[in-house]
Design a protein around this ligand. Structure first.
Ligand code: ACO
Length: 329
């Protein structure tokens, strides 16, 4: 990517719904306890969308902040990609709903479905469009309302998920800065480990699919855990290699926020001290596509990235998929 037009982040914004669901709140709903949740996952609380809030509403709030920080008007946008597995509706896409809400007349808009890897997949897609000269800028949002597809009678999954949105505006940046490399991948054979079966063309919604809880997330946690540890390490090494960097060059590590133990194993493999890793899984839980952008935007807002810092983002999720990127801030 070195000889191509340099593309980087020129604006950031985030939004989480107001309502907080704590571990002790969950203790009243299912048989669980704060100690189990914190020791197994690192999660203490998560934000939950209000009944009248859908994914496009979360995305809108994050987007207006990102546009303001980029100093860009909505009508100047060329492209909008919403990474999500919880679109407002199957169609129109959430990106089209958002385009209208923002008044981004003329911008191309589509959703991208790669679960928790969706934000990195979307970045790679949009960077390609800008590098090849088709567009000059893009708004990329990772937004999910997982509370709408979570079974709050299933303790195996309901403690793990939360709602939120993170947005970035990308465009041309000075030489030497911006995205240096990407590594995207998929293992479709692992799809059954993490899925939502109902409501698609294979199993359209019926009374039976509702009664059979086919409209909720199903996850084989142990197997997904093993996959996550394996691909986080492999993708990290690959993306560093593609950028011609070593692990010692990483200034800030932004992993997908699913489970503190998965993050710690990646940190050990990279030999990274805690101050080089962004962790907010305790506050937001796993917000799927919103997880990496929420962490990235929070790190930017807290001033944790200096100009020229090397940032490594890596995520994994349903599909199964993974995505990693190196960014010079
Ligand atoms: N409270 C108390 N006990 C629980 C709870 C809970 N909330 N949940 C499960 N348990 C019990 C289980 O029933 C099991 O009991 P048993 O041994 O009597 O059957 C016991 O705790 C241990 O269960 P394990 O599954 O072995 O627990 P583990 O240590 O593997 O942790 C977890 C489970 C947290 C789900 C872990 O496997 C994990 O984080 N996996 C990865 C999840 C992930 O990253 N998912 C990404 C999804 S992203 C996307 O694309 C939407």
């Amino acid at each position: 990517m070195k000889n191509l037009r340099p593309v980087g982040i020129i604006g950031t914004g985030k939004y989480v719904p107001e309502k907080i669901l704590t571990n002790s709140d969950l203790e009243k709903i299912v048989e669980t306890n704060d100690e189990w949740i914190v020791s197994r996952t690192g999660i203490r609380e998560r934000h939950i969308a209000a009944p009248d809030e859908a994914t496009s509403d979360l995305a809108y709030e994050a987007s207006i902040r990102a546009l303001a920080s980029a100093g860009l008007k909505p009508e100047e946008l060329d492209l909008i990609i919403v990474a999500t597995i919880t679109p407002d509706t199957i169609f129109p896409s959430t990106a089209c709903v958002l385009q209208d809400k923002l008044g981004a007349k003329g911008a191309a808009a589509f959703d991208l479905s790669a679960a928790c890897s969706g934000f990195v997949y979307s970045l790679a897609t949009a960077v390609g469009f800008i590098q090849n000269g088709m567009y000059n800028n893009a708004l990329i949002i990772g937004a999910d309302t997982l509370s709408r597809i979570t079974d709050y009678t299933d303790r195996n999954t309901c403690v793990l998920f939360g709602d939120g949105a993170g947005a970035v505006v990308i465009g041309e940046v000075p030489k030497g800065r911006g995205f240096q490399s990407f590594d995207l991948g998929a293992e479709g054979a692992g799809g059954p480990l993490l899925k939502l079966e109902g409501g698609g063309s294979r199993l359209p919604a019926t009374v039976e699919t509702v009664e059979g809880k086919k409209h909720f997330i199903y996850m084989n946690g142990r197997e997904v855990f093993k996959f996550a540890v394996r691909v986080m390490g492999a993708a990290t090494e690959k993306v560093l290699g593609k950028a011609g960097l070593a692990k010692e060059d990483i200034d800030l590590f932004i992993p997908h926020q699913a489970n503190i133990r998965i993050i710690q194993s990646a940190m050990q493999r990279l030999d990274l001290p805690p101050e080089k890793c962004v962790i907010n899984v305790d506050k937001y839980a796993n917000t799927s596509a919103a997880s990496i952008p929420l962490a990235l935007v929070e790190a930017a807002e807290e001033g944790r990235m200096k100009e020229g810092d090397t940032v490594l983002m890596v995520g994994f999720g349903g599909g199964l998929t993974w995505g990693a990127s190196i960014l010079v801030w």
